[in-house]
Write a protein that binds this ligand. Structure first.
Ligand SMILES: Cc1ncc(COP(=O)(O)O)c(C=O)c1O
Length: 419
């Protein structure tokens, strides 16, 4: 665990900008990481540097060659982070755009006919693209229902819905509303067992900063990341497409080659900032693993992050010191139950007698940043079946601390006392 190593949590926090104070409102605890995580200071510096370069790629001058080397390094780092030695990595406009592109090309590139299969747990970036492209390609759409009580969709639910004619299937890695992670590997294996040629697209956006990604181990065809949710910045999304998906007749400028997925001039700074993120994971992993192998160090970082966040989840739910946890607080209802297993960086809840927006503001006035998720087109898939108009989402990362959890729990007690 990070906090078991003297001085490490301080060194971790020191690498992030605005870690304990908002530049606009002053000191605050940041529990809105699922809306966008803290930025690495290195990312901020790299972004400014690359924004300052006027050169374009593909020229013989040193600046141009330097940009191209940064792109190559960024791609190598993306592969390493994803554990994706095969296939193609590319950058798009956002996580949503990358998911739409992967699904669109899978749907139009797959053998005609058959059906597409998605789950009701999905964020609309994945779910809407699956629904849209099933309609556009004249295919039926199978919707696998998630379990309201556990806040997740399991392999048994997929198995019950599978048919051999599934052409494209989608899986959300972790829900940004319930915080629960699916078993991507087991679900993909179940899909392959029934529909071996299905193209499988995975939304890794909420998962990526919480644990290792192992694309090679999942046997899938597409994976998407949102760098602003993993310590980089807005302005780009990262995609990976398998060799199988790349071999379909996917969209590309004619003549750019069969391996090409990028559309338009690339922002070298986006690749360079992804390298900063991977360098951070590498540094963190190096505190836990003496390995010379970078991927092993990234996995060690993932394991350390997982252990640290499990502690944070435990403190939030079961309490810390003399403060009781959310599970014991009267009037608090936790979405997806009070278990820690399978949870990645999110605890969502309602509090009896409180309008959620008022609760967000109440906590905000006490220096705690949280967020309201409404039963709209983004979170309605989870909240409507529960009969909830909205919920409070508390979302955290490994750099959050027990002291910050205690501050939040204290403020919740105050809210309960006010009724
Ligand atoms: C699981 C998941 N998928 C997709 C998205 C959309 O990502 P982006 O904002 O990069 O388009 C989000 C954003 O909240 C998300 O949490």
């Amino acid at each position: 665990m990070i906090t078991d190593k003297p001085g490490l949590i301080e060194a971790v926090r020191d690498r992030f900008a605005h870690v304990d104070a908002c530049p606009f409102e002053g000191p605050r605890v940041f529990f809105e990481n699922a809306g966008g995580a803290l930025r690495l200071k290195s990312v901020v510096e790299t972004s400014a540097l690359y924004a300052s370069y006027p050169d374009n790629q593909g020229r013989p001058n040193v600046a141009s060659q330097t940009l191209m080397r940064a792109i190559d390094q960024g791609k190598a780092d993306m592969r390493l982070f994803l554990n994706a030695p095969s296939g193609v990595v590319f950058v798009g406009e956002s996580g949503t755009e990358v998911l739409f592109r992967l699904v669109r090309n899978a749907a139009t590139g797959a053998k005609p006919g058959g059906v597409m299969l998605r789950s009701t747990l999905e964020h609309p970036a994945l779910g809407s693209s699956m629904t849209h492209w099933a309609k556009q390609t004249g295919r039926g759409l199978i919707e696998v229902a998630h379990d309201d009580a556990t806040g997740v969709v399991d392999v048994a639910a997929y198995k019950a819905a599978l048919t051999p004619d599934v052409r494209v299937a989608s899986i959300i890695h972790t829900s940004p509303v319930t915080g629960k992670a699916t078993d991507v590997k087991a679900i993909a294996a179940a899909i392959r067992a029934v529909a071996p040629e299905a193209l499988i697209i995975v939304d890794g956006i909420q998962h990526a900063c919480h644990g290792p990604v192992d694309v090679a181990g999942y046997d899938i065809d597409g994976y998407a990341l949102s760098p602003y949710k993993m310590f980089s910045r807005h302005g780009y999304g990262v995609g990976w497409a398998s060799d199988r998906l790349t071999a379909t007749d996917h969209e590309q400028i004619i003549g750019n080659g069969p391996q090409s997925w990028e559309l338009g001039t690339r922002d070298a700074g986006s690749y360079a900032t992804f390298s900063d993120v991977v360098a951070y994971f590498d540094w963190l992993g190096g505190q836990f693993s003496p390995s010379d192998d970078r991927r092993e160090r990234l996995e060690a970082a993932g394991a350390a992050i997982h252990a640290e966040e499990a502690k944070l989840e435990h403190w939030l739910i079961a309490g810390t010191g003399n403060l009781r946890g959310l599970a014991e607080m009267p009037g608090v209802h936790l979405i997806a139950g009070d278990g820690v297993a399978g949870r990645e960086g999110v605890v969502s809840l309602t509090l009896d007698g409180w309008d959620t927006r008022a609760l967000v503001e109440f906590l905000g006035a006490r220096g705690i940043r949280t967020h309201i998720r409404k039963a709209d087109n983004y979170s309605g898939n989870v909240l409507k079946p529960l009969g909830l108009p909205d919920c409070l989402r508390v979302s955290f990362c490994h750099y959050n601390t027990e002291g910050e959890v205690a501050k939040f729990l204290g403020a919740m007690e105050e809210a309960i006392a006010r009724g």
